[in-house]
Ligand binder design. Structure first.
Ligand SMILES: [Zn+2]
Length: 364
């Protein structure tokens, strides 16, 4: 989902919908309204934890006044994990920094949802992330050199008997540090799956393997820990039907997994280009999912996606999420218009502001 950029990714909604996986969804209406509050969500990516004060400032001074009620905070390996210190990627966010952010968001009635990219996105460019460095036996493609020539991102093996125990410990730490009631498991852009290099997965159906990874995570997060699960939707979309291309949709056999996973997973349906229609939205609704559309830095495209999605009822399309795809401190500088930031950050901030203003105006 982030394939078009090559930056910090290397690392890898306040009164809102509260739902338990096995219970009827409860919605909290806005004051004076019988309508549920749409998610006005922003996706942020941890970069330099030393700059978290700036991120706090941007949340207080820009995002909250825009009506933002949800922040998905992508952490991945940049957290001071106690269960697996060997998997910490520096600079790492401390537990105290997570608790400070949690406290701030709670004081502003912003729902804070941590994210850890699962299955895919285990490397970026020439950097392989700690899991597959420390535990190379978990690698789906162990024959590919660790500087990743010729591939996009590594994947872990969804059938390795040791992988879930390690990963679940990390997810549990994030849930506890962020006091989260929901969790985003990533799962986008998994290109390496059912590899001939893997003795466990070779010859198996990619859709079955992808669904197993989702279901294992769901069992831990939703069934055991009673958290709402969010994930990116691209691997569930068959590009032959959708026509989005091989990034936003799947050409590697994973799409049938859409019928093999629980329907109360919230699908973050990301599309960054301008189109007349976005067929994935009614597709996911028809399959029984709730959809959170996610756009990026092309302001017209983001507004186009937002407006298209709003024709669907709010219990099906929960709202809108602005992605940023620069580090959280850089998008904070762009939102606050202070210090240095890239053109990408400026555009992402502008698109975010325009979409949140439109959502806020519609709700007023
Ligand atoms: Zn495997």
């Amino acid at each position: 989902m982030v394939g078009v950029i090559g930056v910090v990714l290397a690392l890898g909604l306040g009164q809102v919908l509260l739902m338990e996986p096995e219970t009827k969804e409860m919605t909290q209406p806005e004051a004076g309204s019988s309508q549920p509050d749409r998610w006005k969500a922003v996706h942020l990516l941890v970069s330099d934890p030393a700059q978290m004060e700036l991120v706090h400032q941007a949340i207080k001074e820009v995002l909250k006044p825009l009506g933002v009620n949800t922040i998905v905070f992508e952490v991945n390996y940049r957290f001071a994990y106690r269960s697996h210190p060997e998997l910490v990627m520096e600079p790492a966010m401390t537990e105290d920094q997570a608790k400070d952010l949690t406290k701030l968001c709670r004081s502003l009635s912003i729902r804070l949802i941590p994210q850890f990219n699962c299955l895919g996105h285990q490397s970026w460019a020439e950097t392989t992330f700690p899991l597959l460095i420390q535990y190379p036996e978990l690698d789906e493609t162990p024959q590919i050199p660790k500087n990743n020539p010729g591939i996009y991102c590594r994947s872990w093996c969804p059938l390795h008997p040791d992988v879930n125990k390690i990963v679940f410990a990390l997810l549990d730490e994030l849930i506890d540090a962020f006091e989260a009631d929901a969790f985003h498991i990533g799962m986008d852009e998994v290109f390496l799956i059912a590899s001939d290099q893997c003795p466990r997965c070779r010859g198996k159906d990619p859709a079955d393997l992808f669904a197993k990874a989702v279901n294992d995570l769901y069992d831990h997060l939703a069934v055991k820990r009673k958290k709402t699960v969010l994930m990116w939707g691209d691997r569930f979309l068959d590009d032959k039907e959708m026509g989005y291309g091989e990034w936003e949709a799947s050409r590697n056999g994973t799409a049938p997994a859409v019928d093999k996973v629980p329907k109360d997973i919230i699908i973050c349906d990301w599309h960054y280009g301008r189109r007349d229609s976005y067929p994935s939205v009614p597709f996911f609704i028809s399959k029984g999912f709730r959809v959170l559309p996610a756009g990026w830095k092309d302001e017209e495209a983001a507004l186009s996606f937002l407006r298209y999605s709003r024709q669907f009822p709010p219990d099906k399309v929960l709202g809108y999420m602005a992605t940023t795809w620069v580090g959280a401190d850089e998008i904070a500088r762009a939102l606050l218009k202070k210090g240095n930031f890239s053109e990408t950050a400026r555009e992402a901030a502008q698109a975010l502001i325009s979409c949140m203003r439109e959502l806020k105006a519609a709700a007023d």
